[in-house]
Design a protein. Structure first.
Length: 118
């Protein structure tokens, strides 16, 4: 059964999608954008904070994350993003892919999508 997850502690969807959807013990979190931070480090931290709020709302933790997709508007920011990302995932890291994209919504430098499983 599909359950829509929404946290007041993460930005509301800016289009026709849900913050997250849970199906059969798997939580699919839509790409999270930072709204106000300026630097890549601050933006990555905000994305991860948003993800944490949605995980918590659904009864999951970062330990349940099995896959992340990271989108960067400049692959040169990979190291800075990775440093912040590593502060959240310190053991049993999830699978991950990182792409450079031409542009991200709302002028963001980074967007992170997440899948978690119980």
């Amino acid at each position: 059964m599909k359950k829509i997850i929404s946290s007041e502690h993460a930005p509301k969807a800016v289009g026709p999608y849900s913050q997250a959807v849970e199906v059969n013990g798997t939580l699919y979190i839509s790409g999270q954008l930072p709204i106000n931070p300026e630097t890549i480090e601050e933006q990555t931290a905000q994305c991860l904070k948003n993800i944490g709020a949605i995980l918590k709302e659904a009864g999951y933790t970062f330990d349940n994350v099995v896959k992340s997709t990271v989108l960067l508007d400049n692959i040169a920011d990979f190291g800075a993003m990775n440093e912040v990302y590593a502060s959240v995932y310190t053991k049993d890291m999830p699978a991950r892919v990182c792409y450079e994209v031409a542009k991200l919504p709302m002028g963001a430098k980074v967007e992170i999508e997440t899948v978690a499983v119980k």
